[in-house]
Design a protein around this ligand. Structure first.
Ligand SMILES: O=P(O)(O)OC[C@@H](O)[C@@H](O)c1c[nH]c2ccccc12
Length: 266
C-alpha cells in the first residue's frame, strides 16, 4: 500500500462517520452564506506584477511530522496577506496534517484573500463542506481519482462556484488532467505515493501545460532562486507551505522571498 492509499482509506472512513442527510442540509445552509471569491482570477491578477504565491497554512505533514507547533490560523492568514500572498491554501485533513475545517473558516474570515481547501477530495459532500467553511477553491488530486470521479467532482465544484486546482505529478496524470479541461494546473514535485520530492521532473512538465492556464509549481519551494528557476521553467504561480511555516513570522519571510523578484520586474 502506498502512502496515498493509506490516506485515502482514512479519508473515506472519516467521511462515512460524519456525513448524514441532516448534516448535508446544515452545510448547504452555511454554504449559501458564502459567496466564493475568484481564486484563479486572484492568481492571474497577481501574476501580472509578481510571482503569484499561494501560501499554505500547514501545521504538520506525514513526511515531516510537526512543522509549526504554535498554530494560530487567523494570525497566520493575516501575516501572509500582509507579506504579499495572492491566495491562501489551508490544510483541512486532520489525521495526517493536523488541519481542520475550522482552521479554513477562521483563516478565510480573517483575510480578503481567496482560500483553497487543501484535502483529499473523493466525494461531493466534501465540496459542500468546503464552501460551507468559506473555501473559494478545492484541490483535485489526479492520482487519487478515476477519470469518472474527476469529472463528477469537477462538475460539483463548478455547481458550487468553487475554482478547481487540478494536481498532477507526472506525464500520465497530466494527460488525464488535460482531458478534463481545467483552468488551473498544479504540478506537485512531491510524489504522494512515496513522499519523495523531485523538482527537476516538475521543471520538465511545465512546458506541457496549456499556455492560457494558471500553472502552479507545488512543494519544495523555499528560496527566491527556487521561484526564479520555476518561473524560467514556465510556472506563473507557486504553492509554498513548509518553508514559510517554519519561520517565526511567515508573512515577513514571504515578503523577503518576493523582494528580489519585485526589483527584477521594475
Ligand atoms: O510544504 P511544501 O513543500 O511547500 O508543499 C506545499 C504543498 O505543495 C503540499 O502541502 C501539497 C501539495 N499537494 C498536496 C496534497 C495533499 C496534501 C498536501 C499537498
Amino acid at each position: 500500500m502506498t502512502h496515498l492509499d493509506r490516506i485515502l482509506v482514512q479519508t473515506r472512513i472519516a467521511l462515512s462517520q460524519r456525513r448524514s442527510p441532516d448534516r448535508l442540509r446544515e452545510l448547504e445552509r452555511m454554504a449559501a452564506d458564502h459567496t466564493p471569491r475568484g481564486f484563479a482570477a486572484a492568481l492571474r491578477t497577481a501574476a501580472k506584477t509578481r510571482p503569484a504565491v499561494i501560501a499554505e497554512l500547514k501545521k504538520a505533514s506525514p513526511s515531516k511530522g510537526l512543522i509549526r507547533p504554535e498554530f494560530d490560523p487567523a494570525w497566520l492568514a493575516q501575516s501572509l496577506e500582509r507579506g504579499g500572498a495572492a491566495c491562501l491554501s489551508v490544510l483541512t485533513d486532520e489525521p495526517f496534517f493536523q488541519g481542520s475545517l475550522r482552521n479554513l473558516e477562521i483563516a478565510s474570515q480573517s483575510v480578503k484573500l481567496p482560500c483553497l481547501r487543501k484535502d483529499f477530495i473523493v466525494d461531493e459532500f466534501q465540496i459542500v463542506e468546503a464552501r460551507a467553511h468559506r473555501a473559494d477553491a478545492i484541490l483535485l488530486i489526479v492520482a487519487a481519482l478515476t477519470d469518472a470521479e474527476l469529472k463528477t467532482l469537477r462538475a460539483a465544484a463548478k455547481a458550487a462556484e468553487l475554482d478547481v486546482l487540478c494536481e498532477v505529478h507526472d506525464r500520465e496524470e497530466l494527460a488525464r488532467a488535460l482531458d478534463l479541461g481545467c483552468e488551473m494546473f498544479g504540478v506537485n514535485s512531491r510524489n504522494l505515493r512515496t513522499f519523495e520530492v523531485n523538482t527537476a521532473e516538475a521543471e520538465k512538465l511545465a512546458e506541457l501545460l496549456p499556455a492560457d492556464a494558471v500553472r502552479v509549481a507545488e512543494s519544495g519551494i523555499g528560496s527566491a532562486a527556487d521561484i526564479q528557476r520555476m518561473t524560467a521553467a514556465g510556472y506563473n504561480a507557486f504553492l509554498i507551505g513548509e518553508s514559510l511555516m517554519r519561520k517565526d513570522d511567515p508573512g515577513d519571510a514571504l515578503a523577503a522571498l518576493l523582494k528580489p523578484q519585485l526589483v527584477a520586474a521594475e
